[in-house]
Write a new protein. Sequence first.
Length: 288
Amino acid sequence: MDRAKRLGEFLRARREQVTPDDVGLPTDVRRRVPGLRREELAMLAGVSADYYVRLEQGRDHRPSEQVLDALARVLQLSDDATAHLYELARPAPPTHRPHADEAAVPHATQQLIDGWPTTPAVVQSRHLDVLASNAIARALSPCYEPGTNLLRALFLEDDARAMHGDDLDRILADAVAAFRSWVGAEVDDPDLQALVGELSLKSEQFRELWARHDVRGTMTGEKRFDHPTVGTFRLSYQVMALPGTDGAMLCVMHAEAGGRDEQALALLGTLAADGAGAERERPAETPR
């Protein structure tokens, strides 16, 4: 799909989420469409209805900054969503693609996170593939095993979904919105298309969230974990870009000091250390 059509899809999805009440227009009980009508949005943005229709239909792909700013204002877009709107409306500049050794997780990063016995840490790609993790992260959830795709696990694997309890719907919405923010306008990547296609076929919840075109570059937040051994606790997290990689990010989780959450995390760290020690002490099998 070309950039102009992706821009049109985004505008349509976001328009359908803005109600007349949101922008001070009278509500018509006979209204048959969700959100604003095209003509209403065009009027509020100060452009002709015909021009806006061309944008939504993918027949105009170079709107001015003034038009983009007006659309973002009427659609009540966040900073992340506005940046995404601009990215969809502008040709992508040539970018440097890292060499294979640059794309891999730096050895120093793996050493660093392995030295955090009570701080779960995960390195993930822009597509939310787990590239690396430390022992306590793997003890926290099987989702954090390298090679796992976090989106696929959260939408399709019952064990992963059950771990988040009542927080699951919020976590799923945040994950999809962050995923769309991180992949930006580069949605023609074959691996990305395969992942979105698989999840769209297998999960109605993913289809609905993906169709909303929500964009949030979620870098901080909180998650609930229902762990089978140490019980229920909450962890705060922060996501940071890893320089020298192909868009990899480091997610670090921690508990508030002095509470039940910190105690649960400390117990989990002990279990992870014991498991790692048992693995090192296991005798090697004698070749037959």
